[in-house]
Design a protein around this ligand. Structure first.
Ligand code: DSN
Length: 420
């Protein structure tokens, strides 16, 4: 049963309620390895389901365009204060709807259409909004892109510097969606300083690791920090922009009224709850556990002959090139889903295949660590993955079904917030 229970929804809209229950059960029974997902706490779930969803509040605390902000102002100020404390930043804006709008607000605040901007190429591990060609950021700006070295799978800081010196971008983005290694914020900052660019650290994937001390912080290196709140940070679907004092006003103006209307106050409240959780000493253990699990899973996969981009991981994320396993990323991801292992197909650097049918899969350990799985379970997870892929190559659906059964049985012993 979904927790908190949904009896009113079940009575008013049984069809929809059944779908919610189905999704909760699905999340309970699967090894969830999508690197950008997690399980939020029941407290975060409760905050997202409150009457705060009824309220409009364009503007900022003390300067709203609608009346009735006696409590909303306090909620937003609490979220802002907690963000500032957890990350040690001068300024935080908690209104951005999600990661892509947050990044768009950065462009609106600090660049003009046609300006040169720089980011990591999507196929190398960057994000669409870091200037990739199909994104508005690639269409409206002169976006130049850096990648990773073919021999190491890691960002080549010499290439970044050469490109920055040649192109003189106004903004440099670091971070992305498929980067298994530590981001060298000081090195990016040095390059940004050299070309007089603003450094934007997109820490969407690693925010929880930064908050929990398991990845170096960009604070003091990047003037602007963008993050979603729902990945390793384990909050609701949302985002935040953080910055030094110098860029605070421009960012706020870009978020509202530049790009957005009323903030989603139920999300703001849930972000505040998640940030309070991230400030607890236990969150440091959680962040360390994510990284330890990823390292253990990477080792176990390597032992089974999987080819990991960059040879392993420093964070929560593993990128696997499946070429040597004789299967594409998409059929592998689909077979693993049928086997109870949820992850996504992903391009690998220098991928000869198309993005919709790439060579790799991406996985992460944030959700399974929340679930309570530890390093001792990672060889078993790798074994399930291996068996699912072998079964897919053999066309053996029965073997895939056996893995799914084993996983559901195993996970029954690990509680899930949101389902009881
Ligand atoms: N969808 C996010 C991810 O999976 O990394 C990025 O936007």
């Amino acid at each position: 049963m979904h927790q908190p229970a949904i009896p009113h929804l079940a009575a008013a809209d049984p069809e929809l309620a059944q779908l919610v229950e189905g999704e909760a059960k699905r999340q309970f029974e699967k090894v969830r390895l999508i690197a950008s997902e997690n399980y939020v706490s029941t407290a975060v779930l409760e905050a997202t389901g409150t009457v705060l969803t009824n309220k409009y509040s364009e503007g900022y605390a003390g300067k709203r365009y609608y009346e009735g902000q006696q409590f909303i102002d306090q909620i937003e100020l609490l979220a802002v204060a907690r963000a500032k404390a957890v990350f040690g930043v001068d300024h935080a804006n908690v209104q951005t709807y999600s990661g892509s709008p947050a990044n768009l607000a950065v462009y609106l605040a600090l660049a003009a259409p046609g300006d040169t901007v720089m980011g990591m190429a999507l196929p190398a591990g960057g994000h669409l909004t870091h200037g990739w060609s199909v994104s508005a950021t690639g269409k409206w700006f002169n976006a130049v892109q850096y990648g990773v070295r073919k021999d190491t799978g890691r960002v080549d800081m010499d290439e970044v510097r050469e490109l920055a010196l040649a192109e003189r971008p106004k903004l440099i983005f670091c971070g992305g969606t498929a980067i298994p290694r530590t981001i060298d914020f000081p090195a990016f900052a040095e390059i940004a300083r050299e070309v007089d660019a603003v450094l934007v650290a997109d820490i969407a994937h690693i925010a929880g690791l930064v908050a929990g001390g398991a990845h170096p912080s960009p604070v003091g290196h990047a003037q602007v920090i963008s993050t979603t709140t729902h990945k390793t940070l384990r909050g609701p679907r949302g985002a935040m922009l953080m910055s030094d004092a110098e860029h605070a006003k421009a960012l706020d103006k870009a978020v509202f009224p530049g790009l957005q209307g009323g903030p989603h106050n139920h999300t703001t409240a849930a972000i505040a709850v998640a940030l309070a959780e991230a400030a607890q000493p236990s969150f440091r253990d959680y962040a360390a556990g994510i990284v330890a699990n990823a390292a253990a899973l990477a080792d176990a996969l390597t032992e089974r002959g999987f080819d990991l981009v960059s040879g392993g991981t420093d964070n929560h994320l593993i990128l696997v090139d499946l070429t040597n396993k004789g299967i594409g990323g998409k059929p592998a991801a689909q077979a693993m889903d049928r086997a109870g292992i949820e992850l996504n197909y992903n391009t690998v650097p220098f991928d000869p295949r198309k993005p919709f049918d790439p060579s790799g899969v991406r996985l992460g350990t944030a959700a399974i660590t929340t679930r309570g799985l530890g390093v001792e379970q990672m060889p078993q997870v790798a074994a399930w993955m291996d068996r699912a892929i072998t079964a897919a190559n053999d066309g053996d659906e029965a073997a895939i079904g056996v893995v799914a059964g084993e996983i559901a049985e195993h996970l029954a012993g690990y509680p899930m917030p949101g389902w009881a």
